[in-house]
Design a protein around this ligand. Structure first.
Ligand code: C2E
Ligand code: CA
Ligand code: CA
Length: 254
């Protein structure tokens, strides 16, 4: 299967088999959609082919993910250009960033600037999600990108926080605007200790002025807890699953 996936990549890119899906995030107290994360889907003959959880790690090993990411950014910017006048004022669209881009951060910065110019996108609608492990392994390169993006008012979110690399040291000098708490941190049910850890982490992040997003929320019990603790946004199957462009447009542009 790995060989087939790798072999299929370039023809798939050429035949535009990669599409952007959107998973809305909501404001806990109102349930209103406040932003969305763009997730890649590989579609052939109207069907989802493989999960990104399977092919993204493969494309990270051989470098294909770089061109896939740029393709997804291009599609998303094109979408933003089309709907910029109809979107709610502070609506954010988040994009995933592969760790590979930080091997040559200036090339990444230049490429994003070029895409912004090509599609004339208002950069204040954009949030880039960089994982905590990427940050831990490439702190200087990530900070270089964040500093450059700040000039454009592009937001940066720390993705997968608490999925295994967390250390208090990570938080100390954090330039990120937002922290996205990983599903693994929340689990399916909240033990008393999990509640305590979350309350204290939220408290710290709030004092630092960071926005808090929780992802992978599937139960009302967890959503209620997060709302009580002042979580800014929730993403999860409890509210919305990732959906195709057409369904997302019907939902937010109605
Ligand atoms: P991620 O960035 O952590 O994205 C969130 C993943 O959690 C998505 O999986 C989403 O469908 C899933 N999810 C959302 N809500 C729930 C929930 O309530 N319960 C459960 N069980 N899962 C939930 P998806 O779309 O399969 O993507 C997997 C990973 O692939 C992403 O994890 C991200 O690391 C990567 N990925 C996806 N699109 C891109 C892309 O365009 N570029 C790059 N570099 N990576 C991408
Ligand atoms: Ca993400
Ligand atoms: Ca995540």
């Amino acid at each position: 299967m790995q060989a087939e996936i790798l072999h299929s990549f370039h023809p798939a890119l050429e035949h535009q088999e990669f599409e952007i899906y959107f998973q809305p995030k909501v404001t806990p107290c109102t349930g209103a959609i406040s932003s969305a994360e763009v997730l890649v889907r590989w579609i052939r003959n109207g069907q989802i082919l493989w999960s990104p959880a399977i092919y993204i790690p493969l494309f990270e090993q051989n470098g294909f993910v770089i061109s896939l990411d740029y393709y997804i950014y291009g599609k998303t910017f094109q979408w933003l250009q089309k709907y910029s006048d109809t979107l709610p004022e502070h609506f954010q669209i988040s994009l995933n960033v592969s760790p590979l881009h930080f091997e040559q951060p200036q090339i990444f910065i230049d490429k994003i600037q070029e895409l912004l110019r090509t599609y004339q996108v208002d950069p204040t609608h954009l949030t880039f999600e960089i994982t905590e492990s990427t940050y831990v392994n490439n702190t200087d390169a990530v900070n270089q990108v964040i500093r450059s993006f700040k000039q454009y008012n592009i937001r940066i979110s720390m993705d997968d926080f608490g999925s295994g690399y967390s250390s208090l040291n990570t938080l100390k000098d954090l330039l990120f605007d937002e922290v996205k708490i990983d599903r693994k941190f929340l689990g399916d049910t909240l033990t008393e200790n999990a509640r305590i850890v979350l309350q204290e982490v939220f408290h710290m992040l709030k004092r630092m002025g960071k926005s808090i997003v929780c992802e992978g929320v599937e139960t009302q019990e967890i959503a209620d807890f997060l709302q009580n603790e002042g979580c800014n946004e929730i993403q999860g199957f409890l509210y919305y699953r990732p959906m195709c462009q057409e369904d997302f447009e019907k939902l937010i542009l109605k």
